[in-house]
Design a protein. Structure first.
Length: 454
């Protein structure tokens, strides 16, 4: 059953300027949408005219008149206090609306009523996902940091038609058509489309279960995948540490591909307006890092050869199909083992040089996405190559649109017990940095069954 959605706007036409395309898209997806317009004009003639305009506009967006509510607070004097919050709560109860999703104003707005409407929405709702739009003619652009982008190109004409219902505002030039179109085109650049509406997000405590909704409308593949994966907005990268193991048998890259890939991942969070998501980086050798692994969202960079956490904990999760193993002494014959088929996979090397070192031609890596078995509310993302090339390419895959699109189809989020998660193998061609995902190895892991039972 789809959750109810409530739109809480300070004035008639605010919601059309900031979110009309999204509202129509939600109605086309058969979401029930309710509109609360908080303020009204003092002049009765203007007040009634604006209400009529709002009802006509809502109908164009697929919202019936009975789902449009006017609270008649005074225009220009809206206050986000207890009285306003109680009024909204009472109406929600009276109408039998239990919204888990709300659409309202951004705090980055020069209009007092808009900021107050946001405060009222936050105070009136619990366990909800709240989308904050900008009203372009009063938006404080430098502070507005959208995290969700909705492609409205298909519905742009419908949005314009709805806005034209507000003829009283056309007369006073409140509707700044050129500025609105420019803003929508700017937002659209993040998802490479023509027009987009953009939203900041507030995820209230208890709203994590509603996050899959974002995937239905958010057109940013990166944001859609990562927001559903790490709902706490924090992930800890536990990176590998160099180990002394005598002379190498293979040529190592001059710079760490994994560290470069982590930098690109961090940049991708910023580019996709997810700068408020924190990526904390720690060496797997740091004191106390084990406790962090137990209770956090974790990105494991590197396998058991150089990552102590992978060696001590990850490789001992019995349900995993693919692991990296090696022979001792000297860390020889590093390979990926398939515990289900009882087979081994090796990197491919060139001819041995005079100094005994071989060039790595093709590296292999394991991408793992599982529920953290030590902390069910968190996840472990493992990027583990036989060598550094594979590890770096595996991390890079988590920023690539085509791969994220396929992962979004295959990975069911959130990962809930008794299901554990997923693994897949990847091939990296070291001379060209080309990455190929071997989707034939895609594996769904059942937490109730260990590999010893396969």
């Amino acid at each position: 059953m789809k959750p109810d959605i409530v739109v809480i706007a300070a004035h008639p036409d605010d919601l059309e300027i900031g979110a009309a395309g999204t509202i129509f898209k939600l109605r086309s997806l058969e979401f029930e949408v309710h509109i609360f317009i908080l303020t009204s004009e003092v002049n009765s003639d203007i007040r009634e005219k604006r209400k009529t305009e709002a009802i006509r506009s809502a109908a164009i967006l697929g919202v019936s008149e009975e789902n449009v509510t006017f609270l008649d607070m005074r225009d220009g004097y809206l206050v986000g206090n207890g009285g306003s919050v109680r009024k909204v709560k009472a109406l929600l109860r009276t109408k039998g609306i239990n919204p888990r999703i709300a659409i309202t104003h951004s705090e980055h707005d020069s209009h007092n009523d808009h900021r107050a409407a946001r405060e009222i929405a936050l105070g009136a709702l619990r366990n909800s996902l709240i989308l904050h739009f900008g009203v372009v003619n009063s938006l404080i652009r430098p502070g507005f940091s959208p995290e969700m982008f909705v492609d409205i190109s298909e519905f742009r004409d419908r949005k314009v038609e709805a806005l034209k219902c507000h003829s009283s505002q056309n007369d006073i030039n409140r509707l700044q058509w050129q500025n609105m179109a420019l803003f929508e085109k700017t937002m659209a650049q993040s998802i490479e489309t023509k027009f987009a509406e953009a939203f900041e997000l507030t995820i209230q405590e208890g709203a994590q279960d509603i996050l899959p909704f974002v995937g239905m409308v958010d057109c940013s593949q990166f944001g859609r995948f990562w927001r559903q994966l790490i709902t706490s907005r924090e992930i800890y990268c536990l990176f590998s540490a160099p180990r002394l193991r005598g002379a190498s048998q293979w040529l190592e890259p001059a710079t760490s591909p994994a560290r470069s890939a982590l930098s690109r991942l961090r940049d991708a969070f910023s580019k996709n307006s997810m700068a408020n998501y924190s990526i904390h980086e720690h060496s797997s050798e740091e004191p106390g890092i084990d406790l962090l692994f137990y209770r956090s969202n974790v990105l494991l960079e590197g396998g058991p050869v150089s990552n102590r956490i992978a060696q001590m904990y990850f490789n001992h999760i019995p349900q995993l199909r693919f692991l990296i193993d090696y022979d001792m002494p000297g860390v020889r014959n590093i390979r990926i083992i398939d515990r289900w088929k009882k087979t081994e996979h090796f990197a491919k090397y060139g001819n041995e040089r005079v100094d005994g070192i071989r060039e790595t031609i093709e590296d292999l890596s394991i991408l793992t996405i599982i529920r953290n078995p030590f902390s069910a509310d968190n996840v472990i993302v493992g990027c583990m190559g036989i060598h550094a090339w594979g590890t770096g390419a595996c991390i890079n895959s988590l920023t690539q649109v085509a791969i994220l699109s396929e992962l979004s189809k295959r990975v069911k989020l959130p990962i809930v017990p008794p299901f554990l998660g997923y693994q897949v193998l990847m091939h990296t061609y070291c001379r060209t940095d080309e990455l190929q995902v071997d989707w034939a190895t895609w594996t769904e892991l059942d937490a109730a069954t260990s590999t010893r039972e396969k």
